[in-house]
Design a protein around this ligand. Sequence first.
Ligand code: MTE
Length: 359
Amino acid sequence: MRRREFLLASVAMSAIAPSYCLGRVSFLGVGSAVRSPADAVSSNEALKSVVTPNADFFIRNHFKTPTISEAEWSLEIGGTVAKPLKLSYADLLLTSSVQRPLTLECAGNLSGGRGVSTAVWSGMPLAALLKQAGVEAKATTVVFHGADAGEGEGVPPGTHFARAIPMEKAMDASTLLAYEMNGAPLPPEHGFPLRALVSGWYGMDSVKWLTRVEVSQEPFKGYFQQERYVAVQSNGERHAITRMRVNSKFLRPLDEEEIRGKAYRIEGVAWAGEGKISKVELRFDGKGEWQPAVLGESAVPMVWTAWSYAWNIPRADHYTIEVRATDDAGNGQPMARDPDRRDEYELNTPHRIGVNVRS
Ligand code: MTE
């Protein structure tokens, strides 16, 4: 069996393969983290399965997509290491690889927004490369440097995109450097030839167009680390945005869709960052008990879980439906945004849609 065939076979056996959910994702809305001319909103077509096709996967770029030739590109791993490494694209393809489904959500995604998608990624665990480079004991931080730079969105001229994660997360087996997305080389807008994937954390740390991995013993002070992706309280307190919050959304019906009949299968997805979804519930017209939805087969950490609800419709009418999820540590979704927050990240109040039912 060729390597690619073997990899696809192993994915087919994974828990996500049998689950399908149809529906359309809504557009990312306002919010500084998601608005830019460089944002390509995907084709707004139905998601065909729990894995988002590459063409429908959301895109969030701060700068123009850099053009990178695989022949000239290389990845450096340096800083506080005993043996700095330099890898070519060919070296990457020869490195032993892993393949896993992972959900990525933008930290500025709105409730029910389209800034969340799932793909099956191939690459190598970052830990393997860091071990090869011989990380020194005093190192605390790993900085990912991207090839993209520019101005706009208030960014100081010449700034390139870079983000740092703590050594513990860098050494976790789930942190990958990926070169394939759903069995194809990374598309240019998703980071060709190589990107980081910091599983279960909001998308900003999954740096695309990776050129350098810098091991350091100092906190990283880059613009995108200090000025962006920071939670700000009204008293001025700030903390870094890291793990994805518990969240869920409808895939069908769409907001204000008109449907007919007495029964309808409502479908959606729920995710919990590093955690695992344990419960999804729906509520109709903002009153009464929350009703349990049925979870799909893919309730694993780091990957969204499909859910469905068999709705017996009482009568033709207009309904408001909300969805909320809970993870296995008991974390849920807040009914209202913390009024003390001054930033626009970690928005995970329940997704709410309206539906018109005709007889
Ligand atoms: N990496 C680089 N180099 N430049 C960027 O602008 N955007 C980040 C992250 N990695 C970004 C980046 C953000 S904010 C998100 S949400 C994810 O990429 C989006 O990944 P995607 O466009 O593949 O969905």
